[in-house]
Write a protein that binds this ligand. Sequence first.
Ligand code: HMG
Length: 389
Amino acid sequence: MDIGIDKIGFYTPNVYVDMEKLAEVRGVDPAKYTIGIGQEKMAIAPLYHDSVSLAANAALSILDDEDREKIDFVLFGSESGVDHSKSGAVWVHHLTGIQNEARCVELKHACYGATAGIKMAMGHVALNPDKKVLVLGADIAKYGLNTGGEPTQGAGAVAMVISQNPRILSLDNDSAPLTRNISDFWRPLHSDVPVVDGKFSNEAYLGMLKDVWKAYSKKTQRELSDFEAMCFHLPYTKMGKKAIQAITEEVDESETKRFMESYHSSIFYNKQVGNVYTGSLYLSLLSLLEQAPEFKEDARIGLFSYGSGAVGEFFSGVLKPDYKKFLKKDAHESVLDDRRELSIEEYETILQQSLPKNGDDIDIDNEQVNVGKAYLSSIKGNVRNYTVK
Ligand code: HMG
């Protein structure tokens, strides 16, 4: 059965920080952030956006009434969940008006959660061919002021509808997963920000990429020449360049050059948003599909998902004819272009704000332009209240 991505949309908050200005204030050469890390802008989530409202906005941008009737499974991948018990999927299911005879679950493993969602969705559609699954990857990547990870923060969500006979990308069912119990990046229960060994995390990512690529290639007999382009989990966009260099190190340099051509399209959105953890790989895929010239029919795209701690997977998909017709390039460019730049002072204030940790009620100021269709408006009696405009 042909199963894959039928629709894909994304959302990021309406405010961002300019990386050159952040570098100046931090006393760093701006080229370190823009070239060394590869980020131009960094999305910041004010209190009116959490992983649920970000995911709801991404989903609202793609769902129609037929999807709302046929979706019977909502899978919410996130490492910035808003409750220890209730899944973000239940809120998104409610905020987007999906019919009630559905299952809703939250999935966690660092940046790998949405990929786990896709794998589960494929199995569900194989057993229930008339049903569709909504897979979400929604996160706020926050390391804190003046930390090593500060220039690799970000916020946003990607939503995908997985169905049979998809109109964008058919997913191959022959991927190569790998799990390694390591401590490169994690967030202890007591902490709002992760503990990270930056250099080790880069090495762990690249080591896992090489291993899953070898395993995938052995299993499928496919070689680099079978791929038109590659998309990677992008904690920062320079990582994509390192990833291409890593998997092409044993082949002719012309292969590196070939993949570097599409790399620029695959980082176009990510370099304006930053790390969105679970959504990052899929934001890169969306960027590639919307920003690169149309690929030929049946072009195969390679995908590498990495979640620290660590779970990785190399998988692939084949583009459908006319896939460009089913993308929302103009709407996605507007989400990015209609944002407001924060001064560094405003950014520092927002980053230090948090919702009450003692159960107090709060009304959240959201009287700003472009806050999205869905946002967090208050917490009363420990219940989160979202508004959908
Ligand atoms: P750092 O120590 O600030 O930076 O850490 P650096 O000194 O390594 O420099 C970064 C790059 O900038 C280097 O290039 C420098 O040469 C270059 P590279 O050697 O890497 O190619 N550079 C310059 N380039 C141009 N002009 C200049 C200049 N100066 C320096 N003037 C680090 C960087 C990414 C480690 C840090 O920001 C960090 O810890 N980030 C968070 C962790 C992270 O993103 N890890 C990525 C892999 S793990 C992962 O992807 C999973 C994750 O998404 C979480 C999850 O799974 O949930 C993070």
